[in-house]
Write a protein that binds this ligand. Structure first.
Ligand code: ZN
Ligand code: ZN
Length: 177
């Protein structure tokens, strides 16, 4: 583990949410939102309405700005997001998940919790000076975000699809060459 487990979990959820907006869009239905919610072991309020889905889609640019900001800008964004949400961090232990931080109560709207949890995670990243863990996909045609949690920082692509596409292109270029 490179970062605290709840930091990693929040970042993974936020990155997947942002990348769902890449072509082909993968957050169009409530079922897709359900899968994302379950995969990242979210708890707390879930309205499961079209409005909530629209809000999830709408915060993606905000999350992208935070996840790809330079360190000083990220610090400012984190402070603003936590203040806007009147965040009150506290340690909780629930559903078999060991002590971790929640900074808004579980009855707050899902979208607000996602924003605050991402901000809390980025507070950790900024403090630890681990901004280089986050980058934009090395495929020039893709704006997906890469979260590199490997020890040797070997991840360059947002997905295996992008990694494979580049590998195939490189192979073809070699054959031509
Ligand atoms: Zn929790
Ligand atoms: Zn990519």
């Amino acid at each position: 583990m490179v970062l605290a487990h709840d930091t990693e979990a929040s970042l993974l959820a936020a990155v997947e949410l942002v990348n769902s907006g890449e072509d082909p869009e993968t957050l169009l239905t409530l079922d897709q939102a359900d899968a994302w919610y379950a995969r990242h072991r979210y708890s707390g309020r879930r309205d499961r309405t079209e409005a909530e889905l629209a809000d999830l889609r709408a915060i993606r640019p905000v999350l992208r700005e935070l996840l790809t900001a330079d360190r000083d800008t990220a610090a400012e964004l984190v402070n603003r997001m936590l203040a806007d949400a009147s965040a009150t961090p506290r340690l909780v232990r629930h559903d078999g998940i060991d002590w971790h931080i929640h900074a808004v109560s579980p009855d707050q709207p899902l979208v607000r919790r996602v924003l605050v949890e991402t901000a809390m995670a980025m507070a950790d990243v900024v403090r630890g000076d681990e901004m280089s863990r986050l980058a934009v996909c090395a495929d020039d045609t893709c704006a997906g975000i890469v979260l590199d949690l490997t020890r040797n920082r070997s991840r360059r692509f947002c997905s295996t699809t992008c990694a494979n596409r580049i590998a195939v292109a490189a192979y073809r270029a070699r054959r031509r060459g």
